[in-house]
Design a binder for this molecule. Structure first.
Ligand SMILES: Nc1ncnc2c1ncn2[C@@H]1O[C@H](COP(=O)(O)OP(=O)(O)O)[C@@H](O)[C@H]1O
Ligand SMILES: [Mg+2]
Length: 366
C-alpha cells in the first residue's frame, strides 16, 4: 500500500513512522519553500510547482493508492483533479469547508452545533460595529492560513479596536469572535473508515500557551459524561453527514458546563499525540487503517496519559529519561516557539500522572 501525504511536517512524519511497520510506503508533497526535514528518509519528496499537472504529480508520487493530508491549507482544486487517479481521504470538499474559518463557522451554525458568536469582517472599519453587536472582549481570526494562534488578534475593548483599525495589520477576510470565558478546553478525536465504522478516543483536556497547545491530559476529568456523550453525538453526525474517512478532531470550550465547538481539524491532531503511548492503537495507525480500507484498531486508553509539547526547546535529559517518559523528536531546526517534539507520559493512576506531570513541567521551566 502506497500513501501520499500533502505536507511535510511532524504529522506527516508520525503518520509515516506508524505506517512503515504495517508495510506501507510513503511519498510527500512539499510546497515550494516548505522545510522537509521532518520527513527526510521516510519516502520520496515531491516539490510542487505550478507547471505540474495532476497526472505528473501522481506519477512523481509513485502512483499512490490513497492521498491524505497533514494540514488544512492545501490546494483542494488539485486534490479534486487527483481524485481521478486515486482515493483522497478526507474528501477535498470537506477540506475546502474546514480550511476557511468563515466557511467552517457557517457550516457549524447551519448544523446547530454550538459555537462562539461571531461576525465576518472584510474591512477593519467593521470592527467597531462587531464590538457593538457582540460585546468585548473579541478575537479576530484570519479566515485562512492561521494555526497555533497565528493570524489572531485579541481586542479587549473599544480602545484596542481603534488601535487595531489604525495599525499596520491588513485584513481581507476574517471572523470576529466573542472571546469566551471558558473553564477548560477539551478536544475529542474520532476515526471513521471506508466501511462507515466509527471509534472515538477518550477526550483530552488541553492547556495552551500563547495560542499554542502546551499540555494535553487524557482521559480528562473536567468533562461530565453527559457532555462527552454530546460530543460523540456531534462527531458522529458530522462524520456521517460528510461520509468522512480518517481521523477528525474537534476542539471545544467548556462554558457554563456546556460544550462550545471552537474548531474542527480534518486530520490527526496534536492533542491526540498521547495515543502513541497511551492507547491500544494510535491516532496515526488508525488514520492509516481507516483510509486504506482496513478495520479500525481499538481506541481504548491504556491508563492515564499526558503529553507535553517541546516548544522552541530541547528536552532536558532529566526529563526525557524519566521512567514513564516517551520522547518523540521531529528533527527540525530549533526556532523560538516552534513545535520541536513532545513527551508522552503514561501512568496507572491519575494521581501518579498529576505528580509526575508537575515534576516534568518544573524540569522544563528550569
Ligand atoms: N473565542 C475564543 N474565546 C477564548 N479563547 C479563544 C477563542 N478562540 C480561540 N481561543 C484561544 O486561542 C487558541 C487558538 O485558537 P484557535 O481558534 O484554536 O486557532 P488555531 O487554529 O491557531 O488553533 C484556542 O485554543 C484558545 O485557547
Ligand atoms: Mg485550535
Amino acid at each position: 500500500m502506497r500513501i501520499a501525504i500533502f505536507g511535510c511536517g511532524q504529522l506527516a512524519r508520525m503518520l509515516a513512522l506508524a505506517g512503515w511497520p504495517m508495510g506501507m510506503r510513503f511519498s510527500f508533497v512539499a510546497e515550494e519553500a516548505e522545510d522537509t526535514r521532518c520527513v527526510e528518509g521516510l519516502g520520496t519528496i515531491v516539490r510542487w510547482q505550478d507547471s505540474m499537472t495532476a497526472q505528473s504529480i501522481f506519477k512523481t508520487l509513485e502512483e499512490p493508492d490513497v492521498i491524505t493530508i497533514e494540514k488544512e491549507a492545501v490546494n483542494t482544486a488539485l486534490l479534486q483533479q487527483l481524485s481521478h487517479y486515486c482515493k483522497i481521504a478526507p474528501n477535498p470538499e470537506i477540506l475546502w469547508v474546514v480550511q476557511h474559518r468563515a466557511r467552517q463557522k457557517k457550516f457549524l451554525t447551519e448544523l446547530n452545533i454550538p459555537t462562539a458568536p461571531y461576525v465576518e469582517m472584510h474591512d477593519k472599519q467593521q470592527l467597531l460595529l462587531a464590538g457593538e453587536s457582540l460585546g468585548y472582549p473579541l478575537i479576530i481570526k484570519s479566515c485562512e492560513q492561521g494555526y497555533d494562534g497565528q493570524q489572531q488578534w485579541r481586542i479587549h475593548n473599544q480602545e484596542d479596536a481603534r488601535a487595531f483599525i489604525e495599525g499596520a495589520v491588513e485584513i481581507t477576510h476574517a471572523i470576529v469572535e466573542k472571546m469566551l470565558d471558558f473553564t477548560a478546553e477539551v478536544s475529542i478525536l474520532a476515526v471513521r473508515n471506508t466501511k462507515g465504522e466509527v471509534a472515538a478516543y477518550a477526550p483530552s483536556e488541553n492547556r495552551h500557551r500563547n495560542g499554542t497547545l502546551s499540555v494535553s491530559i487524557a482521559p480528562t476529568e473536567v468533562l461530565h459524561p453527559k457532555l462527552q456523550a454530546d460530543l460523540e453525538t456531534i462527531l458522529n453526525a458530522l462524520m456521517r453527514n460528510w461520509d468522512y474517512v480518517g481521523v477528525l478532531a474537534v476542539e471545544c470550550f467548556i462554558v457554563d458546563e456546556q460544550i462550545m465547538v471552537n474548531e474542527l481539524a480534518p486530520r490527526v491532531h496534536n492533542s491526540g499525540h498521547w495515543t502513541q503511548d497511551g492507547a491500544v492503537c494510535s491516532q496515526f495507525e488508525n488514520h492509516l487503517r481507516a483510509i486504506s480500507g482496513q478495520s479500525l484498531g481499538s481506541t481504548a486508553s491504556l491508563g492515564h496519559s499526558a503529553m507535553i509539547n517541546l516548544l522552541g526547546c530541547r528536552a532536558p535529559d532529566e526529563l526525557s529519561s524519566l521512567p514513564h517518559a516517551h520522547l518523540h523528536w521531529y528533527d527540525k531546526t530549533l526556532r523560538e516557539g516552534r513545535k520541536m517534539g513532545h513527551i508522552n507520559f503514561l501512568h496507572e493512576s491519575s494521581g501518579a500522572l498529576q505528580m509526575n506531570l508537575s515534576h516534568a513541567l518544573r524540569l522544563l521551566s528550569d
